[in-house]
Design a binder for this molecule. Structure first.
Ligand SMILES: Cc1cc2nc3c(=O)[nH]c(=O)nc-3n(C[C@H](O)[C@H](O)[C@H](O)COP(=O)(O)OP(=O)(O)OC[C@H]3O[C@@H](n4cnc5c(N)ncnc54)[C@H](O)[C@@H]3O)c2cc1C
Length: 354
């Protein structure tokens, strides 16, 4: 193999990434559950993976006070503790975790290039993209401070904590109604606060929500602040009527916000295929449209969005990466500056079977 990389961002030909190979086998982008699991599997497959954490070390799970639905922890586990355990396990088998944020990917040559905020440039034979997503925030006073103390973005995760309590759901789309319906299993009253007098959600969900005696709608209303009680947990929300401008207050124990989910896809725009919401499109083997580039977790999954599912997708992506690299090793890598999207027929055949 004749690959000459490691020309630094500054143009120097000195190796910039000390202790690392000139060309990485695999770089994993993201340190949420999908990325850390991909790291574990890639390391155990002796791929010597490099994992770049991004600015949000641990991903969304770090924001979670307690996780009760990740198998193996019957007593529950705090989000940050779970992240530490996943990282420790990935490192134990040889994943190198670097605290760095990726600023640019070059995918129209092979090996691919990864440039980071700290000025490093890596060449890599394969990539596992695990950049996740973030909930769209209301951006009102109290929201940030009360996240995990009554404010939630996940009914599956936190609904259980609101047994026989009152909750407010903010939003009017499918997610708001689906999650609102789910919350009726626990809460005694679910009020759905929506800025208009009509829902965007599908008809079937609307019918179910209207028929559910625990659900009430608060129309033409926006939440302007989330207020704590003396115990430091959510006690009420301040509201404004979008038609009359009238201000009000609704007492509640919890606020579930479902006004959208934003995939962290800036790096991939114009380079990888995405759906209309900006999630990467992958096949059942977690392959994107560029051979050698795989994706896992919420960057490609807009349906399940759980720690357990992200872990499973990270596993699949790493296993598939291992097969890809083994096949490439056996058959030869594409030459330098070959666009994998225009790779030779033989290579494409390999990709199909890998
Ligand atoms: C408040 C809250 C509570 C939740 N509670 C639960 C729960 O109880 N149970 C449950 O199963 N799920 C829960 N979830 C959902 C769960 O956290 C997510 O499904 C899971 O974290 C998704 O994992 P991921 O690895 O795909 O991405 P994420 O966790 O979103 O991680 C993305 C990673 O990508 C990195 N990244 C992004 N851009 C770049 C870049 N340019 N360069 C390098 N790195 C980058 C970020 O730094 C981050 O590390 C909760 C989510 C939230 C927000």
């Amino acid at each position: 193999m004749d690959l000459q990389f490691n020309v630094s961002a500054s143009g120097s030909e000195e190796p910039v990434n000390e202790g690392r190979p000139d060309v990485e086998n695999v770089i994993i982008i993201g340190s949420g559950p999908a990325g850390l699991t991909a790291g574990l599997y890639a390391a155990r497959a002796t791929l010597n993976p490099l994992l770049l954490t991004g600015n949000d070390y641990g991903g969304q799970v770090s924001l979670t006070y307690e996780i009760e639905n990740y198998p193996g922890f019957p007593e529950g586990i705090s989000g940050p503790e779970l992240v530490e355990k996943m990282k420790e396990q990935a490192e134990k088998f040889g994943t190198q975790v670097e605290y760095d944020h990726v600023t640019e990917l070059v995918l129209d040559q092979h090996p691919f290039l990864v440039r980071t905020a700290s000025g490093k440039e890596y060449a890599t034979k394969s990539l596992i993209l695990c950049t996740g997503a973030r909930p769209r925030y209301l951006e009102v006073p109290g929201e940030k401070e009360l996240t995990g103390r009554g404010v939630s973005y996940c009914a599956t995760c936190d609904g259980f904590f609101f047994r026989d309590q009152e909750v407010i759901v903010v939003g009017g789309g499918d997610s708001a109604l689906e999650e609102g319906l789910f919350l009726t299993k626990f809460a005694k009253r679910v009020r759905i606060v929506h800025r208009r007098d009509k829902l965007r959600a599908s008809k079937i969900l609307q019918e179910r929500a209207f028929a559910n005696p625990k659900i009430e709608f608060v129309w033409n209303t926006v939440v302007t602040a989330i207020n704590p009680g003396e115990d430091g947990k959510v006690a009420s929300v301040s509201t404004r009527n979008t038609v009359t401008g009238e201000e009000g207050e609704l007492k509640t124990d919890g606020v579930f916000i479902f006004i959208g989910h934003i995939p962290n896809n800036d790096l991939f725009v114009g380079k990888l295929d995405m759906d209309e919401d900006g999630h990467l499109i992958v096949d059942r083997k977690m392959r994107t449209n560029v051979p050698g580039v795989f994706a896992a977790g919420e960057i490609m999954d807009k349906v399940f969005k759980q720690v357990a599912t992200s872990v499973g997708q990270g596993t699949s992506a790493a296993m598939q990466t291992e097969r890809f690299l083994a096949d490439m090793e056996a058959e030869g890598y594409p030459g330098v500056h070959v666009d994998p999207r225009e790779a030779p027929v033989e290579l494409c055949r390999l990709m199909e079977t890998a």
